[in-house]
Design a protein around this ligand. Sequence first.
Ligand SMILES: [Zn+2]
Length: 255
Amino acid sequence: MELIDSHCHLYLPDYAGDIGEVMERAASAGVGRFYLPAIDRENEARLFDLERRYPGVCFAMQGLHPCSVKEDFREELKRVEASLAARPFAAVGEIGLDFYWDRSFEIQQYQAFHQQIEWALHYSLPIVIHSRQSMEQSIGVVREHQHGKLTGIFHCFNEDEKSAREIIDLGFYLGIGGTVTYKNSRLPEVLKHVPLENIVLETDAPYLPPVPFRGKRNESSYIGFVASKIAEIKGVSLETVASVTTANALKIFAL
Ligand SMILES: [Zn+2]
């Protein structure tokens, strides 16, 4: 049984002391591939270092996170553009709109999102979308660029059935993580109506750990708790969830 963590930030300083053990535990839990979403300039070297240390296991994305779209976003985008031209990446990500933390760079967030989708199309890369308190708007932006060539993941999906349906109709996938295990989550009800063929697993480590690890640092070895919950919701075996979601991830990512 092979699982894929389609979204984890294992390069962050949270793991500086024990990344070797974190990777070993994940391997024991059946996680064979780790997709690392980029955030910004500050985190780029760490991300590339981890990818170099685990070749064929860790795969880098490149992109500017919407929460890192600030005064210097044009320089940040130049760096992203140069990097995309210089080497292959698994995806352009994570990119999108976040109106939860700060709306003062809303216009710039839109500009960065549009621009990075155009680069993804240029390099035939999927996109990994971060959308918080902006689902309608994010879906709208993707729709503008969808002429049949664009694909990717709405990461950390935690919305209603209508949004799920729109995302699937756009040819995109739902990234499902620890929040599906939370007691008051509406996701279990929503996922009953979502085919397994449109779901990928993720941890978003170190954030959003599944039950029973809430309040702790998340890590990729916990992804089995997400997979088990989905198996329970869909009434299928854990093996089925593993094989279908792994096949989905391999189909989406360019590496
Ligand atoms: Zn993330």
